[in-house]
Design a protein around this ligand. Sequence first.
Ligand SMILES: [Zn+2]
Length: 297
Amino acid sequence: MNDMLVRAMSKDGMVKATAVYTRALTERARQIHHTTPVATAALGRALAGVSMMGNALKGEGESVTLQIKGDGPLGTILTVSDAEGNVRGYVQDASVELPLRADGKLDVGGAVGHAGTLTVIKDLGLKEPYVGTVDLLGGEIAEDLAAYFVESEQIPSACGLGVLVDRDRSVLAAGGYLIQLLPGADEDTAARIEGGIYAAPSVTDQLRNDPDPANLLRTVLSDFELEILETTPIEYRCYCTRERTERALLSLGSKELADILREQGGAELTCQFCDRVHSFSGEELEKMIDVLKKAGK
Ligand SMILES: [Zn+2]
């Protein structure tokens, strides 16, 4: 099954929910960044989470960034989604290896760190982006994300995220769900959601047996009648272009570009989100330096 996002609502109008299957895009991230299993799991959980947040945006061209800065060895995890749920991201140190936890699972919390911050930046095409930050709860990411919604957006939320890595380090299953109470929902609704989550198998166990994210929601929200509102294919998608890279080079100014030209004879810039390399010859750099000098920069 291809990567997919589904949006649903309970027929009683009290609950909205999103779920994703993200095996291929998580595997793509692993191949780009050469992540170790625990780094793959942390990055993959963040990518699944940000995809569901991105799909909740309203307008074309909008984007959401999820930045997790823990005190663990992974350093910062940065993920971005467009308004459909297509994602990109990286971890600061992709080479982190940690022993498995006592229960045999990858130690994502240990790799991320148990203290730090989770920041959400929504670029809605306005002058200033929306920024919300909360303290990390435990670094397992799903709980941290749910806490963000409760604290920063005042939306009671439950989140489950999972990445299962195979023995050869490739991604076997990945995805998650985000369940949110709508205004008017009562404590009974919240209790029924909690009960469903408690009774359901883990996200990775479910997606490994059945990759359809709609069925993941039907299992977790077994106590509700669901209406599937939208099914969207999602993928790992980077928006880097040669033009954008050129603008970044120009922003350095003529003096710095002249230094690069002298030292390297040209410029090769690898995108931090994907494996594309944008090359500029010495001649091209000279032209850019001329343009900048004429503009007095
Ligand atoms: Zn790129």
